[in-house]
Design a protein around this ligand. Sequence first.
Ligand code: SF4
Ligand code: SF4
Length: 111
Amino acid sequence: MPIDRSFQTTWKQTETHRNHSVWHSKTSELGIHGTRVAVDFDECTGCMKCLKLCPEEVFELLEVSSSLLKADPVNESACLDCLACELVCPEEAIFIMRKPQESDTLSALLD
Ligand code: SF4
Ligand code: SF4
């Protein structure tokens, strides 16, 4: 299931982890890490596509348990809003917070 893009209004911020917020809903297990660069840990498979693509090294691979790897947005403040990670993620586990004029991915990329 794709990341819930309304998590900031419908999920609760429950903790801070490595300088970013962690959000939970009633049904989430691992939660969403990050706000400007948000990764749904329940959907992320640790495929590393976003890590390899990101020009700013926003993500680090986090081992949450034995052989369970997640893309942790440890450097979300460095994000350039290029949206490449959001597009490449096969699980639709990433959401980049849009600026007001960037309502969808395609128009943002064409700007
Ligand atoms: S591309 Fe998606 S599934 Fe792969 S590591 Fe990044 S967030 Fe996880
Ligand atoms: S939008 Fe671009 S700069 Fe920001 S985290 Fe994704 S790939 Fe990195």
